[in-house]
Design a binder for this molecule. Structure first.
Ligand SMILES: C[S@@+](CC[C@H](N)C(=O)[O-])C[C@H]1O[C@@H](n2cnc3c(N)ncnc32)[C@H](O)[C@@H]1O
Length: 232
């Protein structure tokens, strides 16, 4: 296993996660992956979808908009409270469903929290039907190079560098969609503050960054969306 799991603060500091989502909504030039993943699951993973580490339902909503049945799973009760039923509190490494009951499983921006993401990937494989579609995504360890002095690059347990191989250990026909482009624009100090709060920086770190970072700032976003298929 490379890297350390990213700390999970969703019960203790949900405002940090909400700042992260708000920063993407306000300052990303292209939005996020959820609508694209929902569309692909609709086309290629029919049948109920399991959303592992669903957070506050950013994938659940576009799946519902497409008429898909979804079960939302998260370890944090505070996150699940925002998500429409059916929902279940559980650990992604021990999924409380029988073999082969889902057409799609998504694990978006969550596998890097796990010390052993391979367990959750194996569980995803187990609960998928033959032919079912798995989707995962994560930033690169070299994301936001313009902020490297504020948030130093560090390998995670699942990132754009090691994630594809971890998925290939279980799934076939693995496809990787990478991004590496100037995709987020922070116009001013308020934007930088929201962005760094969402990334888990303290008030002191944000003040220090604001003194050294030149604004406006365009960030190079790097990451990967990974699809895998359960063989028939
Ligand atoms: C960055 S959020 C992503 C939420 C959602 N997938 C999205 O794309 O907005 C990570 C989520 O994973 C959940 N999580 C972390 N570790 C988990 C585990 N071991 N089992 C299930 N959920 C977990 C957290 O509670 C949090 O809601």
């Amino acid at each position: 296993m490379t890297g350390r799991p990213s700390p999970s603060d969703y019960e203790t500091d949900p405002a940090r996660f909400r700042a992260n989502v708000a920063a993407v909504e306000r300052y990303s030039l292209v939005g996020d992956v959820h609508a694209d993943v929902a569309e692909r699951l609709r086309r290629e993973g029919p049948g109920p979808v399991l959303d592992l580490g669903c957070g506050e339902g950013r994938l659940v909503e576009p799946l519902h908009d497409r008429g898909m049945a979804v079960i939302a799973l998260d370890r944090a009760l505070g996150m699940l409270a925002a998500v429409p039923a059916p929902r279940v509190q559980a650990d992604a490494g021990c999924v409380p469903f029988p073999d082969g009951c889902f057409g799609g499983v998504a694990a978006l921006y969550m596998l890097y929290h796990l010390p052993d993401p391979g367990r959750a990937i194996a569980e995803s494989w187990r609960v998928l039907r033959p032919g079912g579609l798995f989707a995962a995504c994560a930033p690169s360890r070299y994301n936001d190079p313009e902020l490297a002095e504020v948030i130093p690059p560090s390998p995670g347990t699942f990132d754009a560098e090691n994630g594809p191989d971890l998925v290939r250990r279980r799934f076939t026909a693995v496809e990787v969609e990478r991004w590496d482009a100037p995709l987020t624009h922070l116009p001013d100090r308020d934007a930088l503050t929201l962005y760094l709060r969402g990334r888990g920086c303290s008030a002191v770190e944000i003040d220090r960054a604001a003194a050294s970072v030149r604004l406006p700032l365009t960030l190079t976003k790097r990451g990967a969306l990974i699809y895998g298929r359960k063989g028939c």
